[in-house]
Design a protein around this ligand. Structure first.
Ligand code: AMP
Ligand code: ZN
Length: 110
């Protein structure tokens, strides 16, 4: 298996707190939450980040974004922020594309 930590989560080798799953998408709670609600949404397929998405993979990105909307509804989030870090200089630490959903009181402003 690849060394990717999120691929290992998808494979069930590393445990996670799943909040949503379908055939192509998995969402789970961030192990080190930066907000009251902090959920990570990933494609089950290994894609490095948004910058590396290939033409045929855009439907998968769409499915990830649709999942974010569903999760926000499921979790009754009044408002939320979505972030995907791209590349080391963009703050990316895990190189399997993931979208952070952040919600709750006192989200820092930009
Ligand atoms: P990024 O800096 O955008 O690459 O974010 C990586 C995120 O993955 C961080 O917020 C980490 O807290 C989170 N993370 C790392 N390992 C795990 C894990 N095993 N389960 C859940 N979240 C994790
Ligand atoms: Zn991976």
């Amino acid at each position: 298996m690849s060394d990717c930590i999120f691929c290992k989560i998808v494979a069930g080798v590393i445990p996670n707190t799943t909040v949503f799953e379908d055939d192509q998408v998995l969402a789970f709670r961030d192990i080190d939450p930066k907000a009251e609600t902090h959920i990570l949404v990933i494609p089950k397929q290994h894609i490095v980040n948004l910058a590396s998405v290939q033409a045929h993979e855009w439907p998968l990105v769409q499915q990830v974004l649709q999942s974010i909307k569903r999760i926000a509804e499921q979790e009754n989030l009044a408002g939320y922020r979505v972030i995907t870090n791209n590349g080391e200089q963009g703050g990316q630490e895990v190189f399997h594309m993931h979208w952070h959903i952040l919600a709750g009181k006192n989200l820092p402003g930009f």
